[in-house]
Design a protein around this ligand. Structure first.
Ligand code: IMP
Ligand code: MG
Length: 180
């Protein structure tokens, strides 16, 4: 795996303070919408774990958590729609108010697949919160119920998002240079 170039040279798309401010707003909205219930947050690994950790600390209601591990098969930097589950859920979601937590919606293939898997297990409700949304890239009509930021058609890394497992640790979201 070749290193691209030092990440400090990548253009910052979203600073850590912008991200923090938006997550606080999202958490207020979610806390209000789920008032009186205990939502079950299901984080999609690995990209979403940093976002989920920050989001849950801003909620003003109790929430339970679980994680689903997946690998999307990529052609270049685009998902093919083939998804492999690498870690299953620990607990049943039947009858639960499930809020899926994703890092990014791109073509929509991955969430389209996951929505089918989750729905089959009869949650009471099923919603999606995604930190980032590249709406212009959608080839399957899926939408998130809560969106942190709509972003243009650029490949981004940082704040949990990777390129070949690199750059997840960056505290901000940066644009990976020279990639479609
Ligand atoms: P989709 O199936 O095309 O919606 O792609 C969703 C998955 O592709 C995300 O969960 C990410 O893992 C990955 N992905 C899509 N765009 C980016 C990006 O800009 N940076 C890092 N990962 C991305
Ligand atoms: Mg992902």
């Amino acid at each position: 795996m070749g290193n691209v170039s030092p990440a400090s040279n990548f253009e910052v798309l979203l600073s850590s303070s912008q991200i923090a401010a938006r997550i606080s707003e999202l958490a207020d909205q979610i806390s209000s919408d789920y008032g009186g219930t205990t939502p079950h947050l299901v984080g999609v690994l690995k990209g979403a774990w940093i976002f989920m950790a920050d989001l849950i600390r801003h909620l003003s209601l109790e929430a339970t958590v679980d994680f689903l591990g997946i690998q999307s098969y990529l052609s270049g930097t685009t998902s093919s729609g083939e998804v492999k589950i690498t870690k299953d859920l620990d607990a049943s979601i039947a009858g639960r108010d499930v809020l899926v937590v994703e890092d990014i919606l791109d073509t929509g293939h991955t969430y389209h697949y996951l929505r089918g898997v989750f729905s089959a297990h009869q949650p009471k409700s099923l919603k999606l919160v995604t930190l980032l949304d590249k709406a212009s890239r959608r080839t399957i009509p899926v939408q998130a119920d809560y969106v942190g930021f709509r972003i243009p058609d650029v490949f981004v890394v940082g704040y949990g998002l990777d390129y070949n497992q690199q750059f997840r640790r960056l505290p901000e979201v940066r644009i990976l240079p020279d990639i479609g």
